[in-house]
Design a protein around this ligand. Structure first.
Ligand code: ZN
Length: 151
């Protein structure tokens, strides 16, 4: 698992070299953007949320993904919101987990998300920071509605 995380980190800096060597599998939806510009999840907090984003066409896929994450990793699976809630600009489902679950869950989620974008954020006592400075992504970032934090 450490190797996978290492590759995940290296991937951001050396995507072309590693892709050319065939040492990693390509992640097509991020290869078109500039590698390294999207903050990717790092295990530096005690607790985390992953918010899986989806829409009317992908709600079934998201439901299966979140249920499977709960089954496999014992993470807490929140409600599948078929509406926008909190700062989230899309329909979403929350997975809650900690640092001991991170290294198994996050690479799995990245491999299994099937094009769904996932916000992963650390949990501190500062909700605004959690959704800005502590925010990272699997897939494409979305602009969050920070007005819920008074911004
Ligand atoms: Zn959250």
């Amino acid at each position: 698992m450490a190797v996978k995380l290492y590759l995940h980190t290296v991937y951001r800096r050396c995507w072309h070299a590693h892709a050319a060597l065939g040492t990693i599998r390509a992640m097509p939806d991020t290869s078109a953007s500039a590698p390294g510009t999207v903050p990717r999840p790092r295990n530096i907090f005690d607790r985390y949320h992953a918010h899986v984003y989806f829409g009317p066409d992908t709600v079934g896929q998201a439901r299966v993904l979140c249920e499977e994450a709960g089954r496999r990793f014992g993470v807490a699976v929140g409600r599948v919101h078929e509406r926008r809630v909190g700062p989230h600009p899309h329909w979403s489902c929350q997975l809650a987990f900690d640092r001991t679950q991170f290294e198994a869950l996050v690479p799995w989620l990245d491999a299994q998300r099937g094009g769904l974008d996932v916000l992963v954020h650390g949990l501190s006592n500062d909700p605004l920071a959690d959704h800005t400075d502590h925010a990272s992504w699997l897939g494409w970032p979305s602009t969050l509605d920070l007005s819920v934090f008074g911004r």
